[in-house]
Design a protein around this ligand. Structure first.
Ligand code: ATP
Ligand code: MG
Length: 182
């Protein structure tokens, strides 16, 4: 049996690794789909699909999981929910079950008759891409939330500086009477 796990992995964290290990108890092979593959250099999506692929393949390799997760596939957005499942199918090998916690993805796959399972969450308050990006931005500990390979790659590509740079703005804010100065 072959499964599919779709995420944006911005960045890939320890929650993702745990969920992959759990899913591999249910399926022989797992396809990793990298969603919103075309987006990078934004606060929500700082890393390119290529960078995310490098993170994921390094972590899988050092955990001895590469053979069971042989496909890491970038999936661009199509901005058409009715066509999205077909689009995913056109890019991936055949799969029997989809793992996702995203309610819209769940609905779209279910409407197409796909078996959808919701993976159990691991310490969701810590192991979340949003929390990790927030910590990188404010200089708090993010390294403990991601596998060591991800720490190395984020640092190699200047990811910390990238996130801080893209959070800056060249706009100036005019204060209205009564506003409190920041
Ligand atoms: P973001 O906050 O940027 O949305 P995220 O942590 O939700 O990041 P995604 O790439 O959106 O990461 O995650 C894809 C999928 O990975 C989710 O739908 C969920 O099923 C699974 N996942 C994410 N975090 C965890 C976690 N802590 N435990 C288990 N599964 C997780
Ligand atoms: Mg998410």
């Amino acid at each position: 049996m072959r499964g599919l796990l779709i995420g944006r992995y911005q960045p890939f964290h320890k929650g993702h690794l745990e969920v992959i290990k759990n899913i591999l108890r249910e399926v022989e092979e797992l396809i990793i789909g990298i969603g919103s593959a075309q987006i990078s250099h934004t606060l929500e999506n700082p890393f390119t699909a290529g960078e995310r692929m490098t993170m994921i393949s390094s972590v899988l390799k050092s955990n001895g999981l590469s053979e069971r997760c042989p496909y890491i596939i970038p999936i661009n957005d199509v901005w058409n929910n009715a066509l999205w499942v077909r689009h995913v199918r056109s890019l991936t090998p055949k799969f029997d079950v989809v793992y996702t916690g995203n309610p819209l993805a769940k609905r779209l796959f279910t409407e197409e008759g796909v078996d959808v399972r919701t993976p159990a969450m691991f310490d969701r308050f810590k192991y979340s891409g949003t929390e990790i990006r927030r910590r990188i931005l404010k200089g708090a500990d993010w390294e403990s939330l991601v596998p060591t390979e991800v720490v190395r790659i984020v640092k190699e590509i200047g990811g910390v500086e990238r996130i801080r740079d893209i959070s800056k703005s060249d706009k100036i804010t005019f204060l209205e009477p009564g506003d409190v100065s920041p």
